[in-house]
Design a binder for this molecule. Structure first.
Ligand code: FES
Ligand SMILES: [Fe+2]
Length: 385
């Protein structure tokens, strides 16, 4: 009986999620329109840390992940996880069909086995094979906070050596020491957008009032009549970690034109790297703090798989954390129709009040090693309001 109710509830939740995703997205565009849109953007797969999957999605068997124009195999080994290129360097079999044996990944085709650094550990039928010189690509990994993260540089071609990442993801001690507890997950599906758009959106302060000024029911685009949100936002690069930016927002509600100060809430949003891993730090006065992960995995040049996962201090009631996260997700949904149809203006026609969009772009270029720098003195046209 309990199982039947649970399965019914899961099916209903899945149906609602599919319906919400369908409502959130715009109609599928033609491939030609998408190709034209893509041609306006910087490279789609910047080097950085990405959540390849969630910890609970990775069991004892290897898992295939296709993202960033690459094919990966993710598997568990003693004391951690490993990520290699999915296709065997011998004859190209899919290593995710193999198994983990003696802490090595064994290919299903001729049973070569691989260490986590990508080097061949054994070739069962060729005693004298120069195993240690044979290798596939291996990627730096880190498993924590419920995710399997990997540092991926699609331009990296060398075999075997795990590329030492130029930076590490920030750590949040409250999650590690158990003072924050896991409160929820939300798989938001795929949004047809370029990765850079999320980072750029935080610096684009002029869109806050038109797109994020209306309060809605949490998790939805259903407006609450007469209830509006005023934003006071700032954006800055982290002084000690140049690959990190912080976007800070103070939001206050007004009810039929009257601002209510005690609704004021603050959020600090940390974008680590090119936007694969974003964390929101909500502080609710007299109640406690919430940390929300929003991960973007580029599964196509204009396609991000998006996942939300949140933790809260024990003092924060589960329902309140659901409400706070639901309010953010509702506001995030407001951008989707724009992201899924816009083009990238390399020379945007900016005016005073547009926010530090060019500063953000200058910062972001560090993740595009192959993206040519604009010629010196080639600043975008700028008018004054
Ligand atoms: S293809 Fe993998 S061992 Fe031959
Ligand atoms: Fe936005």
């Amino acid at each position: 009986m309990g199982r039947a109710v649970r399965s019914l509830r899961e099916r209903a939740a899945r149906g609602l999620r599919v319906a919400a995703e369908a409502l959130a997205g715009s109609p599928a565009p033609s491939p030609r329109d998408e190709a034209e849109r893509l041609a306006t953007y910087p490279p789609p797969f910047p080097a950085g840390w990405y959540a390849l999957c969630r910890s609970r999605e990775l069991g004892a068997t290897p898992r295939r992940v296709d993202a960033l124009g690459q094919h990966f195999v993710v598997y568990r080994r003693r004391g951690g996880v490993a990520v290699l290129d999915a296709h065997c360097p011998h004859m190209g079999a899919d290593l995710s069909l193999g198994r983990v044996k003696d802490d090595c990944l064994t290919c299903p085709f001729h049973e070569w086995s691989f260490d986590d650094d990508g080097r061949v550990a054994a070739v069962p039928y060729a005693e004298g094979a120069p195993k240690r010189s044979l290798a596939t690509r291996a990627w730096a990994t880190e498993e924590r906070d419920g995710f399997v993260f990997a540092f991926v540089d699609p331009e990296h071609r060398a075999r075997g050596v795990v590329p030492e990442p130029p930076y590490r993801l920030p750590t949040w001690p409250g999650i590690a020491d158990g003072s924050f507890v896991h409160r929820g997950d939300h798989d938001a599906g795929i949004v047809r957008m370029h990765l850079q758009e999320f980072a750029e959106n935080s610096a684009d302060t002029a869109h806050f009032a038109p797109l994020h000024g209306q309060m809605t029911l949490p998790w939805s685009r259903v407006p609450l009549p007469g209830v509006h949100i005023e934003h006071d936002a700032s954006w800055e690069t982290d002084a000690e970690a140049p690959h990190v930016t912080w976007f800070r927002d103070q939001a206050v509600l007004s009810f039929f034109g009257r601002r209510v100060e005690r609704t004021r809430a603050s959020a600090a949003i940390c974008i680590a790297g090119p936007g694969g891993v974003v964390t929101f730090h909500f502080d609710i006065p007299d109640v406690g703090k919430i940390i929300l992960y929003q991960t973007h995995l580029p599964v196509g040049p204009l396609a991000q798989r998006i996942h939300f996962r949140w933790y809260a201090e024990r003092s924060v009631p589960r329902l309140l954390s659901w409400y706070v996260v639901g309010n953010w997700v509702a506001q995030w949904r407001a951008d989707i129709a724009i992201w899924e149809t816009k083009v990238y203006r390399a020379r945007p026609m900016l005016v005073r009040g547009d926010g530090p969009i060019l500063d953000m772009r200058r910062w972001y270029r560090r993740f595009h090693p192959t993206d040519p720098a604009p010629p010196a003195g080639d600043s975008p046209p700028r008018a004054t309001a």
